[in-house]
Design a protein around this ligand. Structure first.
Ligand code: BGC
Length: 754
């Protein structure tokens, strides 16, 4: 298909029309030219295809589908292959249902536990989020249907999401809020990118040329089209210019007219409209020319797959040995979520599950008794309910409480206001734990909760929002049929106010200042040496693992070299299981404020008891670099870096050091305000200054002040040095007793800049 030729045959009105949706879920077709209309649908963890009344809030029904675990859970698998498999299944369902693009994955960084949409997002860590997103995209797109990575960018709160400006400094944007998108674009080339509702440093994402064109296409090489989040296009004409190709949903022809007028009046270059059409049509035909509606969609098989995926995502947060349960013992399942699990979040990602499996159903045939414990709908637990739960707990060897957040607590569209479980559930847990010390808490939630009872229970399993088959997965993990292997993709603070964004989150009016900078999640807690409830990367198993024999391919490299890192993981326990080998990098003496460690690699490894495997990582410049705001690029500052292997950001098992030499010289600009220390720190500057340095320095030290001699005597050597260190060049005028003149300073500045 010659797309360029096709666009040439379109009228201006047809082209402008193509730049917005036909209705809620379809692009426009142009019959006379054989341009088909295609459908897009939400995801990301399943298919939310609406065949009748459309909406983007999860209100109206969609077709029966399979709800897979949400991203909060899948990220915890730390398993690229697993999430790819999930993507493949979703891709098949899209082919079957004639959906050209599934709207996901959602990769915004979890800045605060409060964000209502955290359940849909992957991680507080951009490396992990990027890797998992790329795997998902590759999985979906292997079926020749597209994805729409969202919400580009810096959409980290639901509060005022359509008007708020995420005000973020350049380095933080580059290091924290953009890389998940960057990685996914570079590794998996999503067919589309969805721009977010919010503004970034004052400019709406939907009209942000820097973001949508310079960075996304220019720097990262994105080839597909940019679609607006539903209703995110503010000024449509500016949007076309900035690189927003498709506006969704339909604007009732209003914005199409504006585009036409702008071209006619000369304020918008028609070439921009042509380009948007070309990009949209490339994707439309890529899908339609290879559509395979005959692709089978075996929902039962996907339900099983969903159970398997969920079981690989669960994080065993705490275990004093009470887990795994024995199938011959009596167990009390307590809490309404045992019967009616909460397994997905609210809003546009809400899937109409064709069936669900609760833990109670999955435990059929086992010696399990049940007490409701609390009522989800009323958010209440009567004394009688709690008493019944305690009786059941006493009757059983172990009590398993199914707790978590009711639907209304976390959803797209608004943020949480606190991090607590419902009071009735906390009361229930305290009472049951007092009745039976063998108490286990299983959590169904999309984002961290406070656990005031954590020391009183024997085990905690974080099941997250595990999809429609979650009950199956939970029972397998509880009874040890599956050895838990999930690890936290986010830190669990002890309380909300410990979170680094606590003071600023949500912003003032429409201004949300990201003042914690790059210190998001564990990057903050580790730097502060602050206690957390459970650290990033944490996850227990029913077996034990040891990491040892860390080796680096070199002790010193240049920033053009690749460093190979090997380490051995061994299962030293008695059950087969999977572990996650995590690799962190930290700069020992950074010139800018940097986190102690940052995740730069991970591998999930399956090991039989006694078995060991060598794991290899390749590191390159970017893994050591920070974003340098002087050169607006990634830069490695020459120095020593730690390479750490751990089981979490707080459980580091081995550490080695490598020196990395920068091959990039950053030209410094000198002025009369440059301080001596910065000059002395630059070998090149010193080489230029050395011939005249001796005189200059002694002149500098002399002062015209009468009291100078006494003062000099009183001053110890260190103080003198410190004073000189921080002295700007122009200080010579005042402190050299007239020996250093204005001409001399000008000459030195010129010499240094030469
Ligand atoms: C959400 C998107 C979603 C779109 C379509 C918006 O409200 O932010 O994530 O894909 O609606 O439903």
């Amino acid at each position: 298909m010659d797309i360029k030729a096709l666009v040439k045959r379109m009228t201006l009105e047809e082209k402008a029309g193509l730049c917005s949706g036909f209705d809620f879920w379809h692009t426009k077709g142009v019959e006379r030219l054989g341009i088909p209309s295609v459908m897009v649908s939400d995801g990301p963890h399943g298919l939310r295809k609406q065949d009748q009344e459309g909406d983007h809030l999860g209100i109206n029904d969609s077709i029966k589908a399979v709800c897979m675990p949400a991203a909060c859970a899948t990220a915890a698998s730390f398993d690229r292959d697993l999430i790819r498999t999930m993507g493949e299944a979703i891709g098949r369902s899209c082919q079957h249902e004639e959906v050209s693009v599934v709207l996901g994955p959602a990769v915004n960084i979890k800045r605060s536990p409060l964000c209502g949409r955290n359940f849909e997002y992957l991680s507080e860590d951009p490396y992990l989020a990027g890797e998992m997103a790329a795997a998902y995209i590759n999985g979906v797109q292997s079926n020749n249907v597209g994805t729409s990575i969202k919400h580009f960018a810096a959409n980290n709160q639901e509060h005022r999401r359509m008007s708020s400006s995420s005000n973020i400094d350049e380095r933080t944007l580059r290091e924290i809020y953009l890389p998940a998108f960057e990685t996914a674009v570079k590794k998996s080339q999503p067919w589309t990118v969805m721009c977010s509702y919010n503004r970034i440093n004052g400019v709406f994402a939907s009209e942000n040329k820097w973001l949508l064109t310079d960075v996304l296409r220019g720097e990262w090489g994105f080839k597909g089209f940019v679609v607006s989040d539903w209703g995110a296009a503010a000024d449509r004409v500016k949007g076309v210019e900035a690189g927003l190709d498709l506006e969704m949903p339909s604007s009732g022809g209003e914005n199409d007219k504006r585009i036409v007028e702008a071209v006619k009046s000369g304020s918008l270059d028609e070439a921009c409209v042509d380009l948007a059409c070309e990009r949209i049509l490339e994707i439309v035909f890529k899908y339609t020319e290879n559509a395979k509606p005959e692709t089978p969609w075996d929902k039962e098989a996907d339900h099983e797959l969903s159970a398997k995926i969920a079981s690989e995502c669960m994080v065993l947060l705490k275990n004093n040995g009470v887990l795994p349960l024995s199938k011959t013992d009596k167990t009390a399942f307590i809490g309404e979520f045992a019967e009616k699990p909460r397994f997905q979040g609210g809003g546009s990602s809400h899937i109409n599950s064709f069936k669900t499996t609760s833990a109670l159903e999955a435990a059929d045939g086992l010696d399990v008794i049940y007490a409701k414990g609390y009522d989800v709908a009323s958010d209440q637990a009567t004394d009688e309910m709690i008493a019944k739960a305690c009786n059941a707990a006493k009757e059983a060897k172990t009590a398993v409480i199914f707790a978590g957040l009711p639907d209304a607590y976390e959803s797209e569209g608004y943020d949480r206001t606190h991090m607590r479980l419902p009071d009735c559930q906390n009361r229930l847990i305290e009472a049951v734990a007092a009745a039976n010390p063998n108490t286990v808490v299983v959590l169904h939630n999309g984002s961290p909760v406070e656990m005031p009872w954590v020391d009183k229970v024997g085990a905690v399993v974080e099941a997250y929002l595990g999809g429609q088959a979650v009950g199956n997965a939970v029972v397998k993990v509880l009874y040890g049929d599956v050895n838990p292997s999930g690890h936290l993709a986010e830190s669990f603070p002890k309380k909300l106010s410990d979170n680094p964004s606590y003071l600023f989150y949500g912003g003032e009016g429409n201004e949300a200042d990201y003042r914690e900078g790059v210190f998001v999640g564990y990057r903050y807690y580790d730097k502060k040496e602050a206690e957390v409830l459970f650290p990033f990367g944490h996850g227990l198993s029913y077996t034990d693992f040891e990491f040892s024999g860390l080796k680096l391919s070199a002790g010193e490299i240049s920033d053009n070299d690749e460093l190979t890192v090997t380490v051995t993981a061994k299962n030293v326990g008695s059950r087969p299981g999977k572990t996650v080998v995590q690799l962190y990098i930290g700069e020992k003496n950074p010139v800018v404020m940097r986190p102690v460690r940052e995740l730069r690699g991970f591998e999930k490894v399956y090991l039989e008891p006694g078995e060991s495997k060598e794991v290899t990582f390749k590191l390159s410049k970017r893994d050591f670099a920070y974003w340098n705001v002087d050169i607006h690029d990634w830069h490695v500052h020459t120095g020593d870096f730690t390479v750490e292997i751990g089981k979490s950001s707080r459980d580091i098992c081995c550490r080695e050091t490598v020196k990395v030499n920068s091959t990039v010289k950053i030209k410094r600009r000198y002025t009369e305000n440059t301080i001596m220390m910065d000059i002395m720190d630059d070998p090149e500057a010193m080489a230029k200054l050395r011939p005249i340095m001796g005189d200059f320095m002694s002149d500098f030290a002399a002062t015209g002040d009468n009291n100078s001699e006494q003062a000099n005597e009183a001053m110890n050597e260190d103080m003198g040095k410190a004073m000189l260190n921080y002295m700007p060049l122009r200080g010579g005028l005042m402190f050299s007793g007239g020996k250093i003149t204005r001409e001399m300073i000008d000459k030195i500045v010129a010499l240094l800049n030469s």
